[in-house]
Ligand binder design. Structure first.
Ligand code: SAM
Length: 287
C-alpha cells in the first residue's frame, strides 16, 4: 500500500495527476501517518463496523479504516481525486468511494443500504468550511453509534464545553444533547499540506442511545437554547421574551420563576437539564 502521508510520495503523486489543492473545498491533506492510524484506532473500528468517511482526499484515513473495518463508504466531492484514489486504495476491497456532496445525501438511507449487519460509525478529517453543517447532519441522521472527527481545535472546545465557560454555546448543547463528546488529541499545523493556520483536534462523539432528560417538544427545546445564546450577555428572561414573543416579558419571567431560577439567571450557565425544564414549562403554558 502506498504511504500517501509521506511527503516524498505525496508530492510526485499529486504532480503526476496535475492536482492542485482547492482552498474552497477545504483541502488540507495529512502528512503524518500517526494521525490517521490513531483516528482509526480510537474510533474503535473493527470488522463488525461500517464506516462512513467524509472527504477521503487522497486516502490516508481511508487506507487505515479499510485495513480495520467491515466496510468503508467514503464520500468525496472533488472528482479530480478519482484517478489518485484508484491508485492509493487499490486492493482495499471493502472500500467504496461515492462521489458527491455529503450535505446533499440522505445519510441515514445510505447507511441503511450499505452497512446492513454492521455497527455504523462516521469518521473524518472534515473540510473546515462546513464542519458545523456536516456534524449537524451526522448527528441528526440518528443512525451512527459514534462520530469521530478532526476539526479546528476551537470547534472541538466548543463541542465539549461545560456550562459557564466562554466556549459554551448553542452548538455545545446540540452536540451534547445527541452525544457524549470526548476530546482525544491535538494535531499541529505541521501535520498537513498545505498547513492550516490553526491547530486541529480530534473529538469522538459517542451517540446517546438513551437520553436522560424528559423533553416534551424537541423543537421548543432548541428554540429556547437558541434564544438563550442569541443574547448571551443579557438576562435569560430577555432572551426568552425575544425568542418567544408570544410569552411577552412577563410570561418569560414567570417561566423562569416557575422553574425555580433566580430572576437574573443567565442562559450560558445552564445545562441541558435546566433548558429542558424551561422548554417543558413553555410547552405547558401553551396547552
Ligand atoms: N481525508 C483527507 C486527509 O485527511 O488528508 C482529506 C481531508 S481534507 C481536510 C477534506 C476533504 O473533504 C477534501 O478531500 C475535500 O475535497 C472534501 N470535501 C469538501 N467538501 C466536501 C463535501 N461537501 N462533501 C464531501 N467531501 C467534501
Amino acid at each position: 500500500m502506498i504511504d500517501v502521508t509521506d511527503i516524498q510520495v505525496m508530492k510526485p503523486l499529486l504532480a503526476q495527476h496535475g492536482f492542485h489543492f482547492s482552498k474552497a473545498k477545504g483541502q488540507n491533506f495529512l502528512t503524518a501517518r500517526w494521525v490517521p492510524e490513531r483516528i482509526a484506532r480510537e474510533a474503535g473500528v473493527d470488522r463488525q463496523t461500517g464506516v462512513l468517511e467524509i472527504g477521503p482526499g487522497i486516502g490516508p484515513l481511508t487506507q487505515q479504516l479499510g485495513l480495520l473495518a467491515g466496510k468503508v463508504c467514503a464520500v468525496e466531492l472533488d472528482r479530480r481525486l478519482q484517478p489518485i484514489l484508484e491508485q492509493t486504495l487499490a486492493g482495499l476491497d471493502q472500500v467504496e468511494v461515492l462521489w458527491g456532496d455529503v450535505l446533499k445525501m440522505d445519510v441515514a438511507a445510505l447507511v441503511g443500504e450499505k452497512f446492513q449487519g454492521l455497527r455504523p460509525v462516521a469518521c473524518a478529517n472534515l473540510p473546515y468550511y462546513i464542519t458545523t453543517p456536516i456534524l449537524t447532519a451526522l448527528l441528526e441522521a440518528g443512525c451512527f453509534q459514534s462520530v469521530t472527527v478532526m476539526v479546528q481545535k476551537e470547534v472541538a472546545q466548543r463541542i465539549a464545553a461545560a456550562p459557564g465557560t466562554a466556549e459554551y454555546g448553542a452548538f455545545s448543547v446540540f452536540c451534547q444533547y445527541h452525544a457524549e463528546p470526548k476530546r482525544l488529541f491535538d494535531v499541529p499545523p505541521g501535520c498537513f499540506l498545505p498547513q492550516p493556520k490553526v491547530t486541529s483536534a480530534v473529538v469522538c462523539l459517542q451517540v446517546r442511545q438513551d437520553r436522560p432528560w424528559q423533553i416534551l417538544d424537541e423543537q421548543v427545546f432548541f428554540r429556547a437554547v437558541r434564544a438563550a445564546f442569541a443574547m448571551r450577555r443579557k438576562k435569560l428572561s430577555n432572551g426568552l421574551a425575544a425568542g418567544f414573543p408570544e410569552l411577552g416579558k412577563t410570561g418569560a419571567a414567570q417561566v423562569l420563576e416557575n422553574c425555580g431560577f433566580p430572576e437574573n439567571v443567565r442562559g450560558e450557565t445552564l445545562g441541558i437539564e435546566e433548558f429542558a425544564q424551561i422548554a417543558n414549562e413553555i410547552v405547558r403554558r401553551k396547552r
